[in-house]
Design a protein around this ligand. Structure first.
Ligand code: PEP
Ligand code: MG
Length: 573
C-alpha cells in the first residue's frame, strides 16, 4: 500500500512500523463487590508501572543523560507516595470504587493541589502526577500506551502528530524515520527531523489508521510517501536508491572545506539553522560557514522553567565560541504558534499563528525579554554575534525592541560587565508588511533574514500546520519571489545584507532562483549545505540572474518549478 504525504526530511528508511498513539482512557465509575480483588489489581498495576518507568529511566540514562533520567526517579517516588496510596485504598475499601476511578480521583486531587501552589517547580509536578497516573490507569483498564523512550529496535514511528518535544525524545539509534497524519513541511517537528537527520513524511491525513505494528515500511522522505508491505522488487529498488544517495553524499563531502562559489566565481554564504548548542557538531561536520538561525525557543522548551540569564549566557557563549569568528545569528524567543512552553500559561487563541507570539509576547513581557537580551549581550564578547528579532510587523515594534536592547546594554556596562560594541542587530522578514516596507526597515537594521516558513503562510493566508492547505505552500510562486526581490534590493540599496533562514533556502529548485535574485546568505538544515554547495558549483550566477528575472514574470508556482528544474538539470549535465 502506498501512503502519500508531504516530504519533510530527506532520506530513505526501511524498517518496521511502530505506532505511537496516545491511549484513550475511558474511566467509568463502578461500584465493586470484590474489594480484595480490586486491591490486588491495583498492586499489580502499580508494580508493572514501576517496572516500566525503571526501564524508561535506564534507557534515558543510556541514550540521553543521567540528568534527564532523574525525572523518572521522581515518577517512581510518586507511585510510592504513602499518602496517595492510603487515599486510593480508602476509596476502594470504603466507597467500593473501582481501582481506576479511585486512582484517577486521588491523582487529580493531588495534581490540582500542585497546580495551585505558588512555586513554579511544584506546579510542574502536576504534569508528572498526571503522566504517572495515566500509566497506572492504562494497566488497570488493559489499554496499552506507547512510549517512544522504550523503543529498542529499528523502527519507523507512525503517529497522528509529533510535538517538537516528542521529536526531541526520539532516539536516533533506533528511530529511522517518522510519518504523521498532520503537519506540513515547515511544522517544527519536520524541521527537527531534518536537524536529527532522520527521514520524515508528514500530513498524510490517515497513516495511523492505515498501518499495523511491525509491518515493514519503506519511508521515502525525498518524495513524500511510504510503502507498507513492499514487494521484493520494491525493496531491491529502494536499497539501490539508498546506496546511490550514499555515493552522492561522498561527492558532496569533497566540498566540505571549500567556499561556496558558482562556476563564474560569484560567492555566497551557506549557513545552518540550529536549535541548540549540541547541533554545532552537525554544523561543522556539514561544512556550514556560520549559523544563520539559532532558534533559542528550544532552550526554553526543553526546560521546566524559564532558563535563567546565566543558563542562557552559557548556551550562547558555547555557540559563539565554537565557530571561531564565523557569523552567528541568534534569534530572540519565538514562542507561540505551534511552539508552547509547559510553564507559561497562554490564553487560548483562535489563530495562534496570528496571535500573541514571538516579539509581540516579548514586548509585553519586558522582564522575560530583558533576561534574554542581557544573556546575549554578555555573550557578545565571545564571537561574531548577530541578534535577530522574529515576527516584526511594524517599525514601532522594531524601535521598541532596539530601545530595550539599548537599555540592557547600558545597564550591563554600568554593572561593570564587558559587552562588545560590534554585534549586529537584524530582523526576520516573515510578515508581508515588512517586505513591502523593506526600504524603510533597511535604514534601521544591520541585516535582514527572510523567514519564508511564515512569510509564505502569511502571503497565501494558509496555516503552515494544516495539511488541507499545504498546496498553498508555494515557494516558487512569482508573488512570493517578487516580495523577496523587493527585500533583497532594498537591503543592497542601504548597503546591508539579506539572508534567508526559512526552509526555502535549502530547496534545490528555489536556491538557484534566490542566487539569481542576489541573496547573500542561505541558512538551512545543516544536512542540506553540502548538496547546495555542490549545486552552486555547477551553475553560473549570470545564468541564474537571467532565469530569476524571467520567472518573476511567470504566472504560477508550477510554471516556475517546471522551468527551473528543467534548466538546472540541463546546466548540471
Ligand atoms: C520562518 O518563519 O521561516 C522561520 C525560519 O522561523 P520559524 O520556522 O521558526 O517560524
Ligand atoms: Mg518564523
Amino acid at each position: 500500500m502506498k501512503i502519500i504525504g508531504i516530504a519533510a526530511s530527506d532520506g530513505i528508511s526501511i524498517a518496521k512500523v511502530y505506532r505511537l498513539e496516545s491511549a484513550v482512557l475511558d474511566i467509568k465509575k463502578d461500584l465493586v463487590e470484590n474489594i480484595e480483588r480490586e486491591l490486588q489489581e491495583l498492586e499489580k498495576a502499580l508494580s508493572n508501572s514501576v517496572i516500566e518507568i525503571q526501564k524508561i529511566r535506564n534507557n534515558t540514562a543510556k541514550n540521553i543523560d543521567e540528568e534527564h533520567a532523574m525525572i523518572f526517579d521522581a515518577h517512581i517516588q510518586i507511585l510510592k507516595d504513602p499518602e496517595m496510596d492510603r487515599q486510593v485504598k480508602d476509596l476502594i475499601q470504603e466507597n467500593k470504587y473501582n481501582a481506576a476511578y479511585a486512582f484517577q480521583t486521588v491523582s487529580e486531587t493531588f495534581s490540582q493541589i500542585f497546580e495551585s501552589m505558588d512555586n513554579d517547580y511544584m506546579k510542574e509536578r502536576a504534569a508528572d502526577v498526571r503522566d504517572v497516573s495515566k500509566r497506572v490507569i492504562s494497566h488497570l483498564l488493559n489499554v496499552p500506551i506507547s512510549d517512544p523512550t522504550l523503543i529498542n529496535e529499528e523502527v519507523i514511528v507512525v503517529a497522528r502528530d509529533l510535538t517538537p518535544s516528542d521529536t526531541a525524545q526520539l532516539n536516533r539509534k533506533f528511530v529511522k524515520g517518522f510519518i504523521t497524519n498532520i503537519g506540513g513541511r515547515t511544522s517544527h517537528s519536520a524541521i527537527m527531523a531534518r536537524s536529527l537527520e532522520i527521514p520524515a513524511v508528514v500530513g498524510t491525513k490517515n497513516v495511523l489508521e492505515l498501518v499495523k505494528n511491525d509491518e515493514l515500511m519503506i519511508l521515502d522522505g525525498i518524495n513524500g510517501f511510504a510503502i507498507t508491505n513492499p514487494s521484493d522488487e520494491q525493496l531491491k529498488n529502494y536499497k539501490n536508491i539508498q546506496l546511490e544517495l550514499l555515493e552522492k553524499k561522498k561527492i558532496w563531502a569533497t566540498l566540505k572545506d571549500s567556499p561556496t562559489l558558482t562556476l563564474d566565481s560569484h560567492q555566497v554564504e551557506l549557513a545552518a539553522n540550529i536549535g541548540s548548542p549540541e547541533d554545532i557538531d552537525s554544523v561543522i561536520k556539514n561544512g556550514a560557514e556560520g549559523v544563520g538561525l539559532y532558534r533559542t525557543e528550544f532552550l526554553y522548551m526543553n526546560n521546566d522553567n524559564f532558563p535563567t540569564e546565566d543558563e542562557q549566557f552559557i548556551a550562547y557563549k558555547m555557540v559563539l565560541e565554537s565557530l571561531d569568528n564565523k557569523r552567528i545569528v541568534i534569534r530572540t524567543l519565538d514562542i507561540g504558534g505551534d511552539k508552547e512552553l509547559s510553564y507559561l500559561k497562554m490564553d487560548p487563541e483562535l489563530n495562534p499563528f496570528l496571535g500573541h507570539r514571538a516579539l509581540r509576547l516579548c514586548l509585553s513581557n519586558v522582564d522575560l525579554f530583558k533576561t534574554q537580551l542581557r544573556a546575549l549581550l554578555r555573550a557578545s564578547i565571545y564571537g561574531n554575534l548577530h541578534i535577530m528579532f522574529p515576527m516584526v510587523a511594524t517599525l514601532d515594534e522594531l524601535r521598541e525592541a532596539k530601545q530595550i536592547l539599548k537599555t540592557c546594554h547600558k545597564e550591563l556596562v554600568n554593572e561593570g560587565r564587558l559587552v562588545s560594541e560590534n554585534y549586529q542587530v537584524g530582523i526576520m522578514v516573515e510578515i508581508p508588511s515588512v517586505a513591502i516596507l523593506a526600504d524603510q526597515f533597511a535604514k534601521e537594521v544591520d541585516f535582514f533574514s527572510i523567514g519564508t516558513n511564515d512569510l509564505i503562510q502569511y502571503t497565501f493566508a494558509a496555516d503552515r500546520m494544516n495539511e488541507k492547505v499545504a498546496y498553498l505552500y508555494q515557494p516558487y510562486n512569482p508573488s512570493l519571489l517578487r516580495l523577496i526581490k523587493m527585500v533583497i534590493d532594498a537591503s543592497h540599496k542601504e548597503g546591508i545584507w539579506t539572508g534567508m533562514c526559512g526552509e526555502m533556502a535549502g530547496d534545490q529548485i528555489a536556491a538557484p532562483i534566490l542566487l539569481g535574485l542576489g541573496l547573500d546568505e542561505f541558512s538551512m538544515s545543516a544536512t542540506s549545505v553540502l548538496q547546495t554547495r555542490y549545486l552552486f558549483s555547477k551553475i553560473k550566477y549570470e545564468d541564474m540572474r537571467k532565469a530569476a528575472e524571467k520567472v518573476l514574470n511567470f504566472n504560477t508556482n508550477e510554471e516556475v518549478r517546471n522551468y527551473m528544474s528543467k534548466l538546472i538539470n540541463e546546466l548540471k549535465k
